[in-house]
Ligand binder design. Structure first.
Ligand code: SF4
Length: 175
């Protein structure tokens, strides 16, 4: 697959410590994109799924894989294979895309659907500069959604992901 870069210890592309793959090639050309070097599909470098999986699994502290870009869904087959390796080893999978979730479903491409099957949270939609926000959790602009893909697929409607409350099981001691 064609990649721009990997970051093996990201804490900004989803919860916990993440292995993030920035895929190379993006057709969206969002004005204000912070990764313009990833747009050219001929740029970056080749990497095999096996090579990336080995690197991803070399750190036992890693919580998850994030597929970012570039546009991961334009290399859906390879991304799905890497995501499957992550899942086999108990890692969660997040993916960023400039496409809307509904568009990916409507297109019905087998490789895209196979990748969606592996994704826990999809951050969808293009980056919109006028909606840019530093407060938007794990997103660049507020139009982008954090979609809980398994729940959305089960219910047939978009279900947004929300960060689990770390104190949910904490009971305040009686005073
Ligand atoms: S989808 Fe992402 S990488 Fe592609 S142009 Fe938009 S912001 Fe940049």
């Amino acid at each position: 697959m064609r990649i721009a870069n990997v970051v093996s210890d990201s804490i900004v592309d989803g919860p916990g410590l993440r292995f993030t793959v920035f895929t190379q090639g993006c057709p969206h050309h969002c004005p204000g994109c912070h990764n313009p070097d990833t747009h050219d599909p001929a740029g970056g470098r080749e990497a095999t799924v096996e090579e990336l999986a080995e690197q991803m699994l070399s750190n036992p502290l890693t919580d998850g894989l994030t597929l970012s870009g570039g546009e991961p869904f334009d290399q859906a087959r390879e991304c799905a294979a890497l995501a499957a390796r992550a899942k086999e080893h108990g890692l969660n999978v997040w993916a960023y895309t400039g496409y809307c979730y509904e568009t990916l479903l409507e297109q019905g491409k087998p490789d895209v659907l196979a990748l969606l099957e592996q994704v826990d949270v999809l951050v969808d939609g293009p980056f919109v500069e006028k909606l840019k926000s530093y407060d938007a959790l794990f997103r660049g602009s507020t139009n982008q959604r954090l979609i809980d893909v398994p729940k959305s697929q089960t219910s047939g409607t978009v279900v947004l992901w929300s960060r689990p409350d770390p104190l949910a099981h904490f009971t305040r001691p009686e005073s």
